[in-house]
Structure formats: C-alpha cells, structure tokens
Write a protein that binds this ligand. Structure first.
Ligand SMILES: [Fe+2]
Length: 220
C-alpha cells in the first residue's frame, strides 16, 4: 500500500478552471461539517473482480473492454468536486472512488446477473481518481437513477492518511425520492447539504447534460 503525504493547504476560493468552472463554489460556511458516513451497501465491486479489466478511470460514461469502446446510456453528468477538511484545508492526493447503478438500475458487481436489456455494458459502474494539488477531482458519469427502494444516489469512498477512510453517498438536490428514502431520512437535517449535489444544465458544447460542483468535506 502506498503511503500518502498529507500535503494540505488552506482552501482558496479560486479553483482550477474546468468543465464546471462557471458554477459557484458551495458556501464554505455550510460545508465545514464533514459528510456523515453511510453504509457501503452490497455493491462495492471487489478489487479482485475489477482486476479482470483495467478501465476503471474517472470516466464512467465510456467503457473500454478488449479494444471495444462503448458509451453509457443515461444523462451524462460531470462532477467537479474538491476535497477539503472541516478546517477548510484542501486535501490533495486523496483516493476517491464512486460507484452507482447504470441507467437500467443494475449495479455492476460479481453478484449481480447481467441480463441483456437490463444491463448497460457501456457504463463502467465504478470509477476512481485522486484529488489534484488543488484538491479537485473530476468524474464523468450519468445522472443517478432510482434503484428499487432507493432514491437516486452515487456511492462514494475517500481514503487519505490524514483522515483514513470515509464511505458515504451523494444525492441529487430536489429529487422527489429523497424524502422517502430510508437512508436519506437517517441523515441529520443539518448534514444533508454535505451529501447533496446541485445539478445544473451543462453547456451545449460540453457533451454533458448535467454538471455539478460539490465540496467533499472530510474530518480534520
Ligand atoms: Fe446503492
């Protein structure tokens, strides 16, 4: 296991330009509380299973398998996140992993049957990246869809020497399913904003339908 150097700097309000650069940075005052830990759930794809392929990058909307490139169904979503702790310090070189079900509401996991028509082979299902020197990490994925019994969500795992490991979930602001979701309801009212992405329509030339900018606040 690689040892990380917790090189941290104070979060500044001018972050690197990117696909979501025009979006306003979420107010720090409401971001200083850490994202609460949530269940990993049953669909975290095991590393041994993932080693069958090597395309587990930060673009979940394209899959490269054996020389073939497939594109995901669903509404493309760009996420530009910054990793920072509750003291406002940015965390670089954090491992950030996300996983979610595809547009047919099927998780990509060895225990889930891949039924033709109820499985999207063009969706990567899981992606990983590391936060850059300015704490930024970007993913390209699809807008999460409802899963039977659950509101749309994206699972999130962060690892870094400074805080260890944090497993949680991200939600979509304003989704009508949130209020009825049994896990969302367990999150304290005043912490829900830490897990809730505000989706905005993406520029026409971005190749995305949606974009979101969110600060991933971890314990100091
Ligand atoms: Fe889930």
């Amino acid at each position: 296991m690689k040892t990380f150097t917790p090189r941290r700097r104070f979060l500044c309000t001018t972050l690197a330009a990117g696909t979501a650069a025009a979006l306003a940075l979420p107010a720090l005052a409401s971001s200083r509380r850490s994202m609460p830990a949530m269940t990993e759930g049953p669909f975290y794809p095991p590393r041994a299973w993932r080693e069958r392929w090597d395309d587990w990058d930060a673009d979940l909307s394209r899959v490269q398998r054996g020389g073939q490139v497939l594109t995901a169904r669903g509404e493309a979503l760009g996420i530009e996140a910054s990793v920072a702790d509750t003291n406002g310090r940015i965390i670089d070189n954090a491992e950030v992993e996300i996983w979610q079900c595809d547009a047919t509401a099927t998780y990509h996991h060895p225990n889930v049957k891949q039924t033709p028509g109820q499985f999207d082979p063009g969706f990567q299902g899981f992606g990983a990246a590391r936060s850059a020197a300015d704490g930024t990490v970007r993913f390209r994925t699809i807008k999460p869809v409802p899963y039977p019994g659950r509101t749309p969500h994206i699972h999130l795992l962060l690892r870094h020497a400074s805080f260890g490991k944090l497993v949680t979930q991200l939600f979509v602001a304003g989704d009508p399913g949130n209020e009825g979701d049994f896990l969302w309801r367990r999150v304290r009212d005043d912490l829900r904003s830490t897990l809730t992405m505000q989706l905005q329509a993406a520029p026409a030339d971005s190749g995305l339908r949606w974009q979101a900018r969110h600060t991933l606040v971890v314990p100091a």
